[in-house]
Design a protein around this ligand. Structure first.
Ligand code: FCB
Length: 486
């Protein structure tokens, strides 16, 4: 991997043209556009580094009850009045437009497309009967990607639990460990020979803790003890699926994707704020990654819950070694840091408050350097595992606009993405083993009820037509040369 500064780039260019026997005057005849390009710093990634983009089944597919698909907890949640303004019954209509979408991915030069499988599309009841039409959809999509030279990266679970399983307790029922492993096995049998990258869960903190404590997303519970139980069951299910993957003889990479709550203390000199920020990070990231890499939950977080009188999940013999089944890579989703302030015990159970600002973060609350810091921290903690950024992107709902030439101008997304890819580059320079950057998202999608525009591709709400945004064209160039420049 090589960083080419403006000076070295000029030297190299001269050397190349001289080596080819071209008079050096040719170089001085460069167009102003080329000169401009040469004046920028370039950050070159290894050829093997993967650039891509991602989506989630519920957020783009639509066809919520078509061809035998079963109901998911997100179908149920969005159909219940008052929960969300919109539902994703049609979403981006990707279930019908998948071919057109792959053609757009090809135009974007994506090395890789990360998508999730809708469990109830493949198994309408979550267990038992397989829905062949659902399975065929993912087979067609996978083959189309491969035919276009795009690596499929499959997420087995991106939050859309089959409603029939939710009726039996969902993630709070320990039987889900076997249900999930059976479903995973069906997918490995169908696509294990062709798909090079797999993850079990997307962001377990979100569908367990957030989904069962705050009442703001499916399944909408408000019960922390149940939430903690679901974290343990989700980790067991992850471990069992990893073992099933190994047993299937598939040769790809298997991992998990975690959300990252990377916290900055509201006052960097205040010991209590620093402790509070660490506690929140540990309850969010290490709560999942420590069991996987170290075979134990973070003791201080466990104690905090137990001291607050919360009944903790039962850990049975063999549980932690199942969870610790070796994975090939860790997927991380990063959007920006949080700001945390220490408070008293009235702020149950963590004794902290999240703030919406810190003067040095500006109104956007991003600070891409923090991504580098986080990657270094996780890399050190777990002895340099392979890691991928499985999601990162700019929530530009109110800034994207269609200009007079029908181009989608989204310069802030470009700036955001540039800074975060650069942060990944910096981490690699410092020895972190990063193998991929997957942008969120491929296309403007449901965004769990908000329809926030986060895509490289603009979706016209009126007719579902797609238009590649300016950031998309820019990203396509980065991918082509594996070289970051603005
Ligand atoms: C993540 C989700 C993803 C998307 C982004 C913005 O938490 O995994 O589906 O909504 O946030």
């Amino acid at each position: 991997m090589e960083k080419v500064s403006r000076r070295n780039f000029m030297k190299k260019a001269v050397a190349v043209s001289a080596g080819a026997g071209i008079a050096s005057t040719v170089f001085s005849q460069k167009s102003s556009a080329e000169e401009k390009e040469a004046s920028q710093e370039k950050f070159i990634f290894p050829k093997s580094f993967i650039f891509g983009a991602g989506t989630a089944a519920y957020q783009i597919e639509g066809a919520w009850n078509v061809d035998g698909k079963g109901e998911s907890i997100w179908d149920r949640w969005t159909h219940m009045q008052g929960n969300t303004k919109y539902n994703a019954d049609v979403a981006c209509d990707h279930y019908n437009r998948w071919k057109e979408d792959v053609a757009i991915m090809k135009q974007l030069n994506l090395d890789c497309y990360r998508f999730s499988i809708s469990w109830p599309r493949v198994m309408p009841d979550g267990k038992g009967k397989i829905n062949q039409k659902g399975l065929d959809f993912y087979k067609k999509l996978t083959d189309e990607l491969l035919n276009n030279g795009i690596k499929p990266a499959i997420t087995l679970f991106h939050w859309d639990t089959p409603q029939k399983l939710q009726d039996l307790g969902g993630w709070a029922n320990r039987d889900i460990v076997d249900w999930f492993a059976d479903y995973a096995n069906i997918m490995f049998k169908a696509l294990g020979d062709r798909v090079p990258i797999w993850t079990t869960h997307n962001e377990p903190w979100v569908f367990t803790i957030a989904g069962h404590t705050y009442g703001k997303q499916a399944p909408g519970l408000k019960d922390l003890p149940t939430a903690l139980l679901t974290t343990h069951n989700a980790l067991l299910a992850h471990g069992k699926a990893v073992q099933a993957y190994r047993a299937s003889g598939s040769k790809g990479k298997m991992g998990i994707t975690l959300s990252t709550s990377w916290n900055l203390p509201s006052d960097e000199k205040n010991e209590n704020d620093i402790k509070a920020a660490n506690l929140i990070r540990r309850s969010h990231i290490e709560w999942f990654s420590d069991p996987i890499y170290k075979g134990a939950y973070p003791e201080d977080v466990w104690k905090k819950y137990a001291d607050a009188g919360i009944p903790m999940p039962e850990i049975k013999p063999g549980d932690m070694s199942l969870i610790q089944s070796p994975i090939d890579f860790l997927g991380l989703n990063f959007y920006g840091p949080n700001v945390v302030k220490h408070e008293d015990d009235n702020y149950w159970p963590y004794g902290v408050r999240f703030l919406n600002e810190r003067s040095d973060l500006g109104s956007n609350m991003w600070k891409a350097d923090e991504l580098t810091r986080m990657l270094l921290f996780i890399s050190d903690r777990y002895n340099k595992p392979e890691m991928m950024i499985t999601e990162n992107g700019y929530n530009g709902a109110d800034t994207d606009f269609v200009d007079r030439n029908n181009k989608i101008q989204d310069v802030i997304r470009k700036e955001y993405t540039y800074q975060h890819i650069k942060a990944v580059y910096d981490a690699i320079q410092q020895g972190v083993n990063m193998s991929a950057y997957l942008h969120w998202s491929f296309i403007d999608n449901f965004e769990w009820g908000t329809w926030s525009r986060m895509g490289l591709v603009y979706r016209d709400y009126a007719n579902n037509n797609r238009i590649i945004k300016e950031s998309g064209y820019w990203y396509a160039n980065i991918i082509k040369d594996k070289c970051l420049l603005f």
